[in-house]
Design a binder for this molecule. Sequence first.
Ligand SMILES: [Zn+2]
Length: 244
Amino acid sequence: MKTARSTLVTVMLISAGTASADPEQRADVPRPAKFVTAADWGSRPDSIPDERRHTPKHVTLHHAGVLWTADRDPVQFIRNMQSWGKKRPELEEPPRNTYWPDLPYHFLIAPDGRIFEGRPLEYEPESNTKYELAGHLGVELMGNFEQQRPSPAQVESAVRLVAWLLAKHDLPLDAITTHARVAKGQTSCPGRDFARYFDAEKPQFAEWVGAVLKGKPPAIELGPPLDGGPTQLITETRKPDAVR
Ligand SMILES: [Zn+2]
């Protein structure tokens, strides 16, 4: 039953191309608002080989690690990332010169809360760090949360997106993880000011997701700036004046 259904879903996804066919969506967890499909933002991936297919088991949070300034355009940022991935063999030195046929992440969330659809869910992600990629759904928030703070809209979209993904793939709350946790000692991603909500002692992000899964509002409360951490919200970051 399960297998037959998965096959059907696969067939539908193939026939739908980049459109987001979603026959398994759980009634009580709607697809989040502000969702921008791959077709809508003009995604132009190359095809991903069949051996990269996987079964989602974790939802893994990332930040871009690039300081976001108010003059940036999220759509341009994503298009650039996608075309850079396809040109890595020409542009990068080993070991970073592997070819990425599509975006490394399955979703990318802009500071205004828009959720951009990236790599199709049925393929494993890409990474410059070493961990078992199969099974991970990558959700990236634009910005660098070592230097700036995520916006409330961005965090709310992340919470609602992760709840939708857990419901869709029938995954438990502890399927939520972060890049630093799965690639130990290799990265500080998703950055201090966002990573704090995934603390094992007080996993606030998972609590907010849990509320959405129960059909309740997530009651997200972002903490104050951390000691020695960033103070400025991503939406407040302006490009520094050019030094002459
Ligand atoms: Zn990351």
